[in-house]
Design a protein around this ligand. Structure first.
Ligand code: MN
Length: 488
């Protein structure tokens, strides 16, 4: 669904197109698990958050967590997707040491959410659409730990039974950049909705990437699935490697085997994990312990009313209301907290200036120190204060950068810093005139040069700035120099 030319990869036999579809596993923001009352949390001691249901003790029965269902519906509404008022849980049967039931409770033929779509921005600002095939609820498995003991595998079931939303896209992405941009956008939407915290480091948002290659416009190729990639960089590296691998095999006369592969970040390679199983291998069947999930349309409507302003709408509003570029507005809406910060600072101020200081200076400094905007040492009021000093001509933008550094160091409000450090701009014409007269008298050669070449006035501006420690008002200096050099 790209509306700009696809990025092609050059092979020995000509160009190839990458076709990508993603399955995102997003952990539902919930205090309890999907079918038990056990707590969900990161960092608890091993097996400290496991109920008898999660441990699959005989005779235990699952009970659906209403909050998790609400979160899935809310997400479906946020993705402008079909909400299925009738859905069902199925058992997906397979054995794994960290899956004590011997099956995963998931949704197969009848997921809670059907077709939807999201728009995604590429780095160059262009936009493409990714269609969502479905979103279903399912349980997470536990964790096998292989590096505690040389001869044994340890199992931690804290994660077992945690609610996941599996969001399946159509194969609408054509480059590793598009895939990363899609995951970023999905993460932003989920965080706006408050249905998943999007913490990729903790594994709360991870992607399975389906990769195939084809000649442009040709038949879809056989795909390989790369499991559980949990950073944007790894997603891109895994795709780039995997596409090249497939192209080389096909160009050497081979065929791609459908399989599940693992990405090894240390080597930057994917390697075969198991031959890909088909859906029928799992012997899905409706879970007899659970009734079909039937939703009241009035309840769905009441959830719709709780939806916040979503990123696309917020970007359009910020651009229109504050006269920002789509790009700047896009940077601000990546995180709802950023947009809130901007709007607080922009109230009654020059919004474009506020946006510049927020996106260029503040966000860059926060990124450098690995901080979220919520942890910014500079409150939004102080960005507003800095912009006011600029608007009033009290400081130049050069001095503002210096003031910003002191703000970052926690020296107080911008007004206090300017006063305490004597950084007020010199707009006093008399003081500047004396300085300029002296400079012209001492440098007649430079003054003549300006008559030949007006741009040479920059040299004088530089000298005045140097002499005033950057505090001279540039507009005043330019006006005075123009008048005086024309007179001589
Ligand atoms: Mn899944």
């Amino acid at each position: 669904m790209s509306d700009t030319p696809n990025k092609l990869i050059e092979g020995a036999t000509g160009p190839w197109e990458i076709v990508l579809g993603l399955e995102i596993h997003a952990q539902v923001a919930s205090k309890a698990k999907l079918f038990s009352g056990a707590a969900v949390g990161f960092g608890a001691g091993p097996n400290a958050q496991v109920s008898l249901v999660d441990a699959a003790m005989p005779g235990m029965l699952p009970v659906i967590n209403r909050h998790c269902v609400e979160q899935a519906v809310k997400t479906g509404l946020g993705l402008e997707a079909q909400i299925n008022l009738w859905s069902r849980f199925d058992r997906k049967n397979y054995f794994y040491p960290d899956l004590p039931q011997g099956y995963q409770i998931s949704q197969y033929k009848d997921p809670i959410v059907g077709e939807g779509a999201i728009t995604v921005e590429r780095d160059d600002g262009s936009i493409f659409t990714v269609r969502i095939e479905r979103l279903h609820l399912e349980q997470d498995a536990g964790k096998s730990i292989h590096d505690l003991d040389p001869n044994m595998t340890a199992v931690d079931l804290n994660r077992a039974g945690t609610a996941l939303m599996e969001i399946v896209s159509h194969p609408d992405m054509r480059s590793s950049e598009e895939a990363a941009a899609y995951v970023k956008k999905m993460r932003t939407i989920l965080r706006y909705l408050g249905t998943c915290d999007g913490d990729m480091e903790k594994g709360n948002l991870r992607a399975d990437v389906n990769v195939s290659v084809r000649k442009p416009g040709g038949e879809l190729g056989t795909r390989c699935e790369i499991k559980n990639v949990n950073s944007y960089r790894y997603i891109q590296q895994a795709i780039e490697y995997e596409a090249r691998r497939q192209i080389e095999i096909i160009e050497d006369g081979g065929a791609i085997r459908q399989e599940t592969r693992l990405f090894d970040p240390a080597k930057g390679e994917t390697r075969s994990m198991r031959s890909k199983e088909e859906a029928h291998d799992y012997r899905y069947f409706p879970d007899p312990d659970l009734l079909p999930l039937v939703l009241d349309p009035a309840w769905v409507k009441s959830i719709q009313k709780t939806l916040p302003e979503l990123p696309d709408a917020k970007r359009a509003r910020l651009a229109a209301q504050y006269g920002l570029s789509t790009y700047d507005a896009g940077v601000l809406v990546i995180d709802a907290a950023r947009a809130d910060y901007f709007e607080r600072a922009a109230a009654g101020r020059d919004a474009k200036l506020v946006a510049n200081w927020t996106t260029n200076e503040l966000l860059a400094r926060l990124a450098k120190d690995g901080l979220d905007i919520d942890a910014s040492p500079i409150p939004s009021d102080d960005v507003a204060g800095l912009v006011k000093l600029l608007e009033d001509g009290v400081i130049s933008s050069k001095i503002a950068k210096e003031v910003f550094e002191h703000m970052w160091a926690g020296e107080g409000t911008p007004a206090r810093i300017v006063e305490a450090r004597g950084l007020t701009q010199v707009s006093d014409t008399g003081e500047l005139e004396t300085l300029i007269d002296g400079l012209i008298a001492a440098n007649p050669g430079q003054a003549d040069a300006v008559k030949e070449k007006p741009q040479a006035v920059g040299w004088f501006v530089g000298q005045v700035m140097k002499a005033t420690g950057g505090k001279a008002n540039p507009a005043t200096v330019n006006a005075l120099l123009k008048a005086k050099l024309a007179d001589t």
